[in-house]
Design a protein around this ligand. Structure first.
Ligand code: ATP
Ligand code: MG
Length: 405
């Protein structure tokens, strides 16, 4: 679904310490005109921010973006760049001058090293963006292949599935690379607006937050708790999840709201089987208000169709109905738990999420929650809470927040 790091057997044939530039593939194919300019601006500013701590510079070479790296930090820089949304692929490269002699010398070095590392056949591919370079790409590829065969122990060129494919990309400078690392893609952080993510300590909501950030949405977070019925550690855990997510979503704010007061009233006044749904409606309503006051134009949840009683079509309808204007994004709606868990592992939130914690709602959770509630019934029960609005106001005004990352 997302992307899984493919093991690239060719990478090991290129000496990591020689990598001095990393090329970036980017750009949603459909982006044109004005949008494209905005996209590139957002991406460059994000790259600049990430690279600052490595003191690394990026530059353009014939409209492709590159970052200069050195052997002290190239693995760290590549690892950080892998997590920048808007980048589709990375090509760790050996950058040299665009002269026939330089290229021949470097390619032969690489080939000899690859042979020593166990490669037994190879292929050379040349792309010539720089038309000042006098030899055509096909001719030059043949020439380089011959040069390797004559001067190394290689006896075979293999067109299909070679042990090592040596790519030579001739621009102002020349870039030699063996692997193309696929990355998350998506859109540069912040280029698609801002949203408020409802985050719990579970597996799903951190993944949902990640998915929206990947699509360019900068998110803030809100979590609801029932202190002292839930512990301070539960909040610490959520802070740590937000910290992990800051790798993707940058530094951000986590709001924390204690909803115990209204949970107690729900428990007293309304039919027990509706407790979860009514609590969810409270959360959504408070989150919407918070979002609007923050100028955030969407809500994000980790709901997945049918996963639990409150996430059936009926349950979702009732929860959704408490939101007045904002769209509610549920990026996991069509995913299975196993798929969500795979993503959680990939992005690094899984281990934190599975640490034991008490969820707010567990405390008043009904033994037999209604599985397909009707909105009329839910509204009727909710109206039994006479001071509903005042209670929400009080709860809302007691919110706290933490800046994280
Ligand atoms: P998660 O793994 O994200 O907790 P879940 O499968 O446990 O999800 P629910 O507990 O039904 O599902 O919650 C559905 C969604 O409602 C969550 O994904 C989250 O977006 C939101 N939510 C639930 N509990 C809280 C909470 N205490 N604070 C903030 N948001 C919450
Ligand atoms: Mg949960």
């Amino acid at each position: 679904i997302l992307y899984i790091m493919e093991e690239n057997k060719m990478a090991k044939y290129l000496k990591q310490e020689l990598i001095n530039a990393v090329g970036m593939g980017y750009g949603e194919l459909s982006l044109k005109g004005k949008n494209r300019g905005k996209f590139e601006q957002a991406l460059k500013s994000r790259i600049g921010k990430i690279l600052k701590k490595y003191d690394a510079k990026f530059y353009m070479d014939m409209s492709k973006l590159y970052v200069l790296v050195n052997k002290e930090n190239n693995t760290d820089v590549i690892e950080s760049m892998r997590k920048i949304f808007g980048i589709n692929s990375l090509t760790p490269s050996i950058m040299i001058e665009s002269t026939v002699e330089d290229i021949k010398r470097e390619v032969l070095d690489i080939a000899i090293n690859a042979y020593e590392e166990g490669a037994r056949n190879f292929k050379v591919e040349v792309s010539r963006r720089n038309k000042k370079f006098e030899i055509g790409s096909m001719d030059f590829a043949r020439e380089l292949g011959g040069h390797i065969l004559v001067n190394s122990s290689f006896e075979n060129v293999k067109m299909k599935n070679p042990d090592i494919l040596i790519n030579i990309d001739i621009r102002e400078k020349t870039y030699i690379f063996a692997e193309k690392i696929r990355t998350y893609g998506g859109l540069p952080l912040g280029s698609a607006g801002k949203g408020m993510s409802l985050i719990s300590g579970g597996i799903d909501s951190p993944v949902a937050s990640f998915m929206m950030a990947k699509r360019g949405m900068k998110v803030k977070y809100v979590t609801f708790h029932s202190f002292p019925f839930t512990s301070k550690q539960a909040l610490e855990k959520i802070k740590e999840l937000v910290e992990i997510l800051s790798v993707y979503n940058d530094k951000s704010r986590l709001y924390s709201i204690n909803i115990l007061k209204i949970q107690q009233v729900i428990n007293e006044k309304t039919n027990k089987e509706l407790a979860t749904i009514l609590t969810r409606r409270v959360m959504m309503r408070l989150a919407e208000r918070l979002a609007i006051e923050n100028d955030h134009m969407a809500l994000v949840t980790g709901e997945s169709l049918g996963q639990v009683a409150s996430q059936t079509l009926g349950g979702l309808t009732c929860t959704n109905a408490s939101v007045e204007t904002l769209p509610v994004f549920r990026p996991l709606i069509g995913m299975d738990k196993l798929e969500i868990m795979d993503i959680a592992r990939e992005i690094g939130t899984y281990e934190k999420s599975i640490e034991p914690h008490e969820d707010t709602c567990v405390i008043f959770a009904p033994k037999n929650p209604v599985t397909n509630p009707k909105i009329e019934y839910v509204l009727r029960e909710e109206s039994k809470i006479e001071n509903y609005d005042e209670l929400l106001e009080e709860i809302y005004n007691d919110k706290e927040y933490f800046n994280i990352g």
